[in-house]
Design a protein around this ligand. Structure first.
Ligand SMILES: Nc1nc2c(ncn2[C@@H]2O[C@H](COP(=O)(O)OP(=O)(O)OP(=O)(O)O)[C@@H](O)[C@H]2O)c(=O)[nH]1
Ligand SMILES: [Mg+2]
Length: 467
């Protein structure tokens, strides 16, 4: 970050180019003085918070740059939590540049500078208007490539994901408070009951965190899509299958084996899930230098793929692996799906049998089964409905997975030795409490509120010490 978070900032908020409306937005201390300079003192005095005011935008000599609407937001009731001025003018690149330049010039006295990318949202986070997960959801909503992803981002922005995390965090704090109480009052009868209660709570927490993880994993797929590589011998119909899935002629198809050399990639929306399908050169031993380069790229594509669709010509399944071996290139979590193509020539029934798909890229037979299988492999068919999916990022998955690890460790520290009496107190409650604290910290990273714990307050509110 170059500038300070204290500087007032300004930027064109709308996309560059010609459009009906273009908006210049400024945020920070002293912005009202900017309004007085650009709109004229009299008009600026008429600004009311969150009301549209018709105004002329004036240059330093009082000449009209544009005629539009000014909206004034008073801190803290704005997107950034600071004073904000929005100037909605005409959306032409030149007029927008003039207006932005005028704001920078008029705002020199208050230290106004150009905003950096994401800086308005960063301020919204710093000023507690939204948490980190919501700030990320803003970017995800803007970047969403499918309606399902957009809806999910919008729910995260509304605080659904953050709310689920907050519930987990308070469950964690409660469990810790119980353990701390056991430690503080070791002689009390509370202890036996407490140990069992804590174990139950930790078990429940683990189930809840697992559930959030599942929803977040699905969301990550929804957000980033899956990479699907089409792999097989030359002429089995890989390019034809890509075209059939894409619904148009994306890749060149010929009866000549070795047609595809460059990798051809298309993103295809199947039931709201984005699949980046990669067509590659057919695998075979070849002396052709160009074809060999294509085959090298195929091997790279296999290494990157989440799913490999392994195509064979249903009439010659024995020709399945004529070329270089590629299995060792598969990623650890990659899934292979065997697809028998050209059933229109063999008379085999299309569909899914014994884990193999039977399709015809030419007639489209069996493609519905293939799409369903792709969704199944992606976990999308078991989705707790699109509503329950959190559009998670890698950072979130990582934090949740560390939370799971700490909870598992906590459960181990709380487990009783089987040969001892069933109500034997927890083995290492201090260590369990520490694991719960670490679990809470990991979770707090997602919303950006890795706050020091308020564990004492929690204890006092639950146990009356004076009693
Ligand atoms: N009858 C029939 N022909 C097919 C089918 N799929 C592909 N073909 C034909 O098979 C030939 C090869 O198809 P491509 O899609 O180019 O095969 P490819 O696997 O991409 O081949 P390379 O790029 O050379 O590795 C073409 O003549 C296609 O029309 C199918 O399902 N049925
Ligand atoms: Mg091809």
């Amino acid at each position: 970050m170059m500038g300070s978070d204290e500087d007032p900032i300004v930027a064109v908020a709308t996309a560059p180019g010609r459009a009906g409306i273009g908006i210049v937005r400024a945020s920070g201390a002293g912005i009202h003085a900017l309004a007085a300079a650009v709109l004229g003192a009299a008009r600026a005095a008429q600004l009311r918070p969150r009301c549209a005011t018709h105004a002329r935008f004036l240059d330093a000599h009082g000449r009209v740059i544009d005629d539009g609407i000014a909206v004034w937001y008073q801190a803290p009731h704005s997107y950034t939590g600071e004073d904000v001025l929005e100037l909605q003018g005409h959306g032409g690149p030149t007029v927008q540049r003039m207006l932005l330049g005028r704001c920078l010039e008029a705002g020199r006295a208050i230290g106004l500078r150009l905003a950096e990318p994401g800086e308005f949202t960063r301020r919204a986070f710093l000023n507690d208007r939204i948490d980190l997960a919501q700030a990320e959801a803003v970017a995800d909503l803007i970047d969403a490539s499918t309606e399902a992803a957009a809806r999910s981002a919008s729910r995260s922005l509304a605080g659904e994901f953050s709310g689920a995390l907050a519930r987990l965090a308070s469950q964690l704090t409660e469990a810790r408070a119980l353990i701390e109480a056991m430690l503080d009052f070791p002689e009390e009868d509370l202890e036996e009951l407490g140990a069992r209660d804590v174990r139950n709570r930790v078990a429940a927490l683990r189930r809840d965190v697992d559930d959030v993880m599942q929803r977040a994993r699905l969301g990550a797929v929804l957000r980033d899509g899956l990479r699907v590589a089409l792999v097989g011998a030359p002429n089995v119909g890989k390019s034809s299958l890509l075209n059939a899935l894409a619904g148009r002629e994306v890749a060149i198809v010929t009866a000549h084996p070795g047609t595809t050399r460059d990798r051809v990639e298309r993103s295809i929306d199947i039931g709201g899930l984005v699949l980046n399908v990669i067509d590659t050169a057919g695998l075979r031993a070849t002396a052709d230098e160009i074809e060999q380069l294509g085959i090298d790229r195929t091997l790279d594509a296999i290494g990157e793929a989440d799913i490999v669709l392994e195509l064979v010509d249903v009439r010659h399944p024995e020709l399945r692996e004529p070329g270089p071996s590629w299995q060792h290139r598969l990623g650890a979590h990659a899934v292979r799906i065997l697809v028998n193509n050209k059933v229109d020539l063999s008379g085999d029934a299309p569909g899914l049998r014994e884990g193999r798909l039977y399709v015809s890229a030419r007639t489209g037979a069996g493609l519905d089964s293939l799409r369903a299988e792709l969704l199944r492999v992606a976990g999308w068919d078991r989705a707790p409905s699109e509503e329950g999916v959190y559009l998670a990022r890698e950072r979130h998955l990582d934090a949740i997975s560390r939370t799971q690890g700490h909870l598992q460790a906590a459960a181990q520290h709380l487990s009783v030795d089987a040969v001892r009496p069933a109500l034997e107190p927890a083995l290492e409650p201090e260590l369990a409490a520490e694991e719960l604290r670490l679990a809470g910290l990991a979770l707090g990273e997602i919303t950006g509120q890795v706050s020091a714990d308020d564990i004492l307050g929690e204890i006092f509110s639950r146990f009356c010490i004076g009693k």
